[in-house]
Write a protein that binds this ligand. Structure first.
Ligand SMILES: [Zn+2]
Length: 42
């Protein structure tokens, strides 16, 4: 199983099936968590 981590907020944004356990960092900003935090700040 793999995990996709947001590079900006370090939160897990998605998981995917896979033979190996691995972690990928999503490039850029704009996951759900980031957008939510952004709205709160503004
Ligand atoms: Zn994020």
């Amino acid at each position: 199983m793999g995990t996709i981590i947001c590079q900006s907020c370090n939160k897990t944004i998605d998981v995917f099936e896979g033979e190996k356990v691995m972690t990928l960092y999503a490039k850029g900003n704009g996951c759900v968590h980031c957008k939510t935090a952004d709205k709160k700040n503004k």
